[in-house]
Design a binder for this molecule. Sequence first.
Ligand code: FNR
Length: 181
Amino acid sequence: MNVFAICGSLRKESFNLKTLHAAVELAPKDMRFDIYDKLADIPPYNEDVKEKGFPPVVQDLRGRIGKADALLFVTPEYNYSIPGVLKNAIDWASRPPDQPFNGKPAAIMGASTSMLGTARAQYHLRQAFVFLNILPVNRPEVMIAFAQQKFDDAGKLTDENSRKFIGQLLINLESWTKKIV
Ligand code: FNR
């Protein structure tokens, strides 16, 4: 199973990127990840540019989403919502023709330094999924609060509960994907 994974933070020491790495470590053995690392290269969405054709970086993003069996979003929360860079990438990728998100199974995870662990950003993402027809796994919700206390100096997620939830969410993503694709 090929999972396209995208992190909503551009920060080198991002807790969300570290969470994504924990997901790779904790995933079922047949799950392979295509980790997206070009988020910073995507230009701000502009319909005038789109009308001349998708920029190559967006074409690549759309192709990788289209090829994937399932999607994994690992995102911070910015001002109670989805970080602009992630939303911008989703907006570009979502434009017709052949909307690549359509019907894809997905899972969401997030880590934040405050006490709700990206809950609000995750629900905003789920709201966008309705229009995109992305089909998310509902549970468990992986919302890592007080992230600054949950990783060691090497960047490894050390919190046992978070590790357990991540592992379970990916097992659920695998069985959900098999059920609906
Ligand atoms: C934040 N942060 C934050 N945290 C939160 O729980 N709710 C929020 O609404 C916000 N808002 C917010 C806005 C902006 C612009 C920044 C830069 C940060 C704090 C955030 O959780 C923290 O910076 C995380 O460490 C960001 O994730 P990464 O970069 O570590 O993955």
